[in-house]
Every structure is written in C-alpha cells, then in structure tokens.
Design a protein around this ligand. Structure first.
Ligand SMILES: *Cc1c(COP(=O)(O)O)cnc(C)c1O
Length: 355
C-alpha cells in the first residue's frame, strides 16, 4: 500500500534527500568515510556548514548584517535562549500568544524578566490570529509564532514595529517568499520543513546582541556561537547535512516562489474539499488559515473515530489532531506531493458518500 505522510513533525522529506543522506552514511562525498565518522573541524564538514549558511542567506535574501547558526536544543531551547540573550530588568518581552507554542515562549521568557502578552486568541479557542496589539513603551522585542502548528493558523503578513521582531518559524520556514529582513531573529527546529530532528536554525541580526547585562554561559550565548562560526562545540553533524540537502533541493526545485505555488495548490484543494462536504468543517478564520497545517473537524463528533480508522487503513499517516485540540490535522510541508492531498481528498469524498 502506498503511504501518505502527513506527519506534523518530524515529517516528510524529499525522497532524493533521503537517498543522498543514506549514501552519505556509507560514503560521504567519495571520502570513503561515513558522515558519522568525520571530524566536525575537517574541511569536508566546514564546507557543509558554510554552504548551508550561504544557502539559507540566499533563500532569505539577507546580507552580512545577519548570521546563520545551527544550534541544538530544538525550538524549545529558543524559548529560553532568546530572553536570556535579549531581556533584562530594563525591558519587557512582548509576545503574541496564539497557541500552544506561543504559550511556551511566554512561560520561558517570564523566567528572565517582565513579559507582556500583547495579544492572544484564547477567546475564540485559537481559531484566528489576534493581530490587534499595542507594544509596552519598554518593549525589548516582539515575539510571534509565524505558523501555529497545533491550531492551524498562520500569519500572512507581519507586524511592522520599531523594536526587534523575533519569529518562531519552526513549522513554516521556507514555505513561501517571506520578508525575512523584517525580522531581527528567526528560529526554526529543522524537523518540520527543513531536515532531520536535532538541529535548530537561528538567524540573527548582529546589531541586536550585547544589550543585556547578565552573564550568559558560552553555550547559550549567540555571540560566542557567531564568533565560532557555528562550530563552538561538536554540532549535530548529520542533521546539519540533511538540512543542507533539503536546502539544495528547495533551490533546485525553484526556490520559495515554487514552494509557495505548490503549498497553495495543496492547501487550496484541501480547504475547498472541506467546504464542499457538510460532514467536515474548518473553524479557522479564512484569512488566517495555514498553508502548512490544516486543522478541521467532523460535523458529527461520533464520526471522528471511524474516519480516523479509515485513514489508517488507507495509509494516511499522522492525521489525528493534537491531543488538546482533537479533530483532524493534515500537515502539508514542502516535500509532500500534491498527489497525497488528492488521495486524501478522494478519501474524504468517499467517506462523505457513505456517511
Ligand atoms: C514543533 C514546534 C516547536 C518545538 O520544537 P522542538 O524542536 O521540538 O523544540 C516550537 N515552535 C513551533 C511553532 C513548533 O511547530
């Protein structure tokens, strides 16, 4: 049976990336050694890091005022590393909390200083993005989650503010052309749209650093990672290599414009199918719907279990909604082919006829 991988993360990667990654485990770049066996300070691996950094900057169209780092600890570590490096007693972290991940960013930032949740969308169960906010006069930065992976909402334009803008782009990095230069710090766990678990992309505008008084351990200090060229200690070598392969694939396929064209085609088809079938409904405001993660429900909640059982028997992987949200979540990351969404929509139609 053909499988269709709608996992929310770790998630689908392009088949050719998997083949190249597998080859590199036996023989990396014709060195006769495995990627798992080479030193991280060899010229072989330094070239991997540098090419990955350059490709990120090309895709983001960013200049030398930005630095690209590959760190560990996941996006979850960034919830604390950002405030540790950028928030002290002289300021306030302004955070838009539109879901599970924004909420975690709030909790971690409050360990390091004052936090103001400038907007949240809990009044309507996170079915929209609350873009109506005012910054406190002492805001050190504004933090947003560009795509709410769990709730299925996405920012489609970004706030213009006069403080550093920080974006958690874990689940929509490189899904479309983005004005990355509007952001001062961007981070993304690689395992959703960029590569294998174990590495987190962090892109920083250097001028925002060095403004807090606290002492920062080297491993958590962005400045130290920048000075070390993202090789402060042994990095996640294999995960970085898989990200490089995916970044190359994005460029070869036509870049972010082509990714957006594909992602829109897939998500338009799915949302249209949901609208057409009375057995399903999507509670998310149309203007805020995510092109990466579609969250929707069965009109009759009793039909959810049979629908999920049918999905399972037909090879539709990872479509059960997040545990606190329920319903259905279909993740459509860059590497997911249109044919998988077509197959899923055909199954929805079949289920609708029988129900
Ligand atoms: C998955 C996810 C995270 C958590 O990522 P980890 O790498 O597991 O720490 C944070 N933010 C968003 C938006 C996510 O989708």
């Amino acid at each position: 049976m053909q499988l269709h991988n709608f996992n929310s993360g770790p998630s689908i990667l392009p088949p050719e990336v998997l083949i190249q990654a597998a080859e590199s485990i036996h023989n990396f770049n014709n060195t006769g050694l495995s990627i798992l066996e080479i030193g991280h300070r060899t010229s072989w691996f330094m070239e991997v890091v540098q090419e990955a950094q350059q490709t990120v900057k090309r895709l983001m169209d960013l200049g030398d005022e930005y630095e690209v780092l590959f760190l560990q600890g996941g996006a979850t570590m960034q919830f604390m590393q950002v405030p540790m490096n950028m928030l002290d007693e002289n300021g306030t972290a302004a955070i838009c909390d539109n879901g599970v991940w924004g909420n975690k960013a709030v909790k971690e930032a409050s360990i390091f200083g004052k936090v103001k949740v400038v907007s949240d969308s809990s009044d309507k169960k996170y079915t929209y993005i609350n873009k109506d906010f005012e910054l406190p006069s002492d805001a050190s930065y504004l933090h947003i989650t560009t795509n709410n992976t769990v709730e299925g909402t996405q920012w489609h334009s970004f706030p213009q503010v006069n403080v550093p803008l920080i974006g958690d782009m874990s689940s929509d990095i490189f899904c479309r052309p983005t004005p990355f230069n509007q952001f001062d710090l961007i981070y993304a766990g690689a395992q959703k749209n960029m590569g294998a678990a174990g590495v987190t992309l962090v892109v920083i505008k250097k001028s925002i650093l060095g403004k807090v008084s606290r002492k920062i351990p080297a491993i958590l200090n962005y400045q130290k990672h920048i000075e070390a060229g993202s090789l402060l200690n042994t990095p996640p070598v294999f995960s970085i290599y898989v990200s490089l392969l995916t970044l190359r694939w994005i460029e070869k396929e036509g870049g972010l414009q082509e990714m957006e064209r594909r992602n829109k085609e897939k998500s338009d088809l799915l949302y249209k199918t949901i609208e057409e079938l009375p057995q399903f409904y999507c509670p998310i405001d149309k203007v805020d719907r995510s092109i990466m993660n579609a969250v929707f429900f069965l009109t009759d909640p009793e039909k959810e279990a049979p629908f999920l059982a049918l999905c399972k028997s037909e090879g539709m992987i990872g479509v059960k909604g997040y545990r606190t949200v329920g319903g259905i979540r279909v993740s459509m990351y860059n590497a997911l082919p249109l044919s998988s969404v077509q197959a899923f929509c055909a199954l929805m139609k079949r289920f609708a006829i029988d129900n």
